[in-house]
Design a protein around this ligand. Structure first.
Ligand code: VGL
Ligand code: ZN
Length: 202
């Protein structure tokens, strides 16, 4: 069985939001259409406490988009985004949500960031997503959402490690950095993932 995984279609990642991905609004109608083609649709939500260590304002002397070492891991510092229960953390109002059966939240531990919908960046804690999908008999995952070079990419790499057949819907995602997305796509293909255009789905 196949499932559609919608990554982080939240206000803060869409133009007008604090960490807007260029063109993030353009994929909303594509994702809404796509949902009709899947029996199971799930979503993830970036869900940070105010004092999250990935926010530049919580790292004295550092600026947005600087990189630091946090508990031994490289960490890019972001503008404040997707704060729990804030408007920026809500799904975009134009995202259809009737078919979304479950929402997996990530980034709740202030000490560590979590790009993937499956695990935090140090792979210390699972969100339960892999077990949920396996319990439902899902073996093939189609990914869309934001951002292509961060949360979508890291979710795909973890999905492949978890043994799912994994497909990126390239026209239903947008990247923060075009160059980072180009190298992310190469890594996805090397790791055994597929990349297709959603118009080729039946
Ligand atoms: C994301 C940066 C920081 C994402 C989340 O959803 O791609 N990017 N937090
Ligand atoms: Zn985040």
């Amino acid at each position: 069985m196949k499932a559609l995984v919608i990554i982080d279609m939240q206000n803060d990642f869409i133009p007008g939001g604090s960490l807007a991905v260029p063109g993030g609004d353009e994929i909303l109608p594509i994702i809404n259409e796509l949902q009709q083609k899947f029996e199971l649709v799930i979503a993830t939500q970036d869900w940070h406490p105010q004092d999250h260590s990935s926010f530049a304002k919580n790292q004295p002397g550092k600026k947005e988009f600087d990189t630091i070492i946090l508990h031994g891991l490289e960490q890019k510092l972001w503008p404040v985004h997707c704060v729990q229960n804030s408007q920026g953390a809500e799904f975009h109002p134009n995202l259809k949500s009737k078919k979304i059966e479950a929402i997996f939240r990530k980034g709740t531990n202030k000490e560590i960031d979590s790009y993937s919908g499956f695990y935090d960046n140090a792979h210390l804690k699972s969100t339960g997503l892999s077990g949920y999908l396996k319990d439902k008999g899902v073996n093939t995952l189609y990914f869309c959402g934001l951002a292509a070079d961060y949360c979508v990419y890291f979710s795909i790499i973890d999905a492949l490690k978890e043994g799912f057949e994994t497909i990126l819907l390239e026209d239903a995602t947008k990247a923060i950095s075009k160059e980072d997305f180009e190298s992310a796509k190469k890594t996805i293909l090397h790791a055994g993932g597929k990349i297709i255009n959603s118009s080729t789905l039946d």
